[in-house]
Write a protein that binds this ligand. Sequence first.
Ligand SMILES: NC(=O)C1=CN([C@@H]2O[C@H](COP(=O)(O)OP(=O)(O)OC[C@H]3O[C@@H](n4cnc5c(N)ncnc54)[C@H](O)[C@@H]3O)[C@@H](O)[C@H]2O)C=CC1
Ligand SMILES: O=C(O)C(=O)Cc1ccc(O)cc1
Length: 358
Amino acid sequence: MRAHVRIIGTGLIGTSLGIALTNAGYDVALDDPSPTARWLARDLRAGRIDVDEAPDVVVVAAPPDVCGAAVVDALTRWPEAVVTDVASVKEVILREVLSSGADASRYVGSHPMAGRERSGAAAARADLFDGRAWVIVPHDSTDARSVQAVRSIATDVGAAVRTMPAAEHDAAVAAVSHLPQLAASIVAAGLRDLPEPAVGLAGQGLRDVTRIAASDPRLWTQILYGNAPALVHVLREVQEHVAEVVAALEAVAAGRAEGALGTLSRVLEAGNLGHARIPGKHGAPPAAYEVVSVVIPDEPGSLARLFADVGEAGINLEDLQLEHGIGQAVGVAYLSVVPGSVEPLLETLAHRGWRVHQ
Ligand SMILES: NC(=O)C1=CN([C@@H]2O[C@H](COP(=O)(O)OP(=O)(O)OC[C@H]3O[C@@H](n4cnc5c(N)ncnc54)[C@H](O)[C@@H]3O)[C@@H](O)[C@H]2O)C=CC1
Ligand SMILES: O=C(O)C(=O)Cc1ccc(O)cc1
């Protein structure tokens, strides 16, 4: 029989988890101080509300600054239950739990590396965790049963489990999640006062780099606050790189170009190397897909026709991006496929009248 899981905090992550666990056959109870959040999560089929039975596992999916207190409360209220939280920072919460005097052997921190730039139950997705990493963060007194219970939840919603200590987790997410959020926010902030004609030139590059700038500032303020030491470390490195680029460009602007091109090229090439290390789904090695661009007329049914033609050619689409400038009569679809499919795809689409480019 599947475990009875109580989810405390039914926003984006709690509701997504509730839906995924319900679909996997778990009995899910939902709790949130906000009645609207509870009701919405229930209506989205994330679980039952107003449940009093003792859970086997409690998942705290509340904002980071209240997670520690909510974990301690759950450990005390349900003396048999395993308790985890999904907060984006782990050391501050672990410290709070250990210093509370509650039975910390039943606590194991965790962190699904999956989310969205929107908050709240309305943004929940049943497949949010599918193929994503889910970090489990045991500590010295965590018992094996607790680790196993959280591991089952993560794998049953399709995530790939990684295990690491809290400090290692916080250092890693500073680099792969918190710095990217700050970078996106800082780049997007620069657009606020840009004249309209300049903003109007924005293309896919800017969209790619700033997607997560739309994230919830209240949540992210807490995340950055909770991971200050690790973030300072990665930001100091960024500061050094930025200073190096500024110095090179200042030299060019002052007519002293020698050495500057080398510096710029080194920074950009280092970016290529780092980008190539980003893993694909299920932690697979970076996928070496190739991109075919297809011009799409701005008329009803164009995309459906394109998908039908790709499907008829028996080609699997690995990824898809659309670019569509406002007021333009055409857009471009970027189709990612494995290298072996590029030629047949180009041939099929050209044969069916599409304007294609590699
Ligand atoms: N948003 C994201 O992309 C990701 C977020 N996380 C973590 O998941 C947790 C939840 O984040 P989201 O679902 O995005 O936030 P959210 O804002 O969508 O939902 C948070 C929910 O917690 C409730 N809440 C507030 N105070 C509470 C308390 N004292 N006890 C119980 N519930 C309380 C709120 O009413 C709200 O429904 C955070 O700790 C965050 O760090 C982890 C991975 C990704
Ligand atoms: O939107 C994305 O691409 C994310 O990666 C979201 C995310 C946000 C916060 C986390 O702690 C983990 C993942």
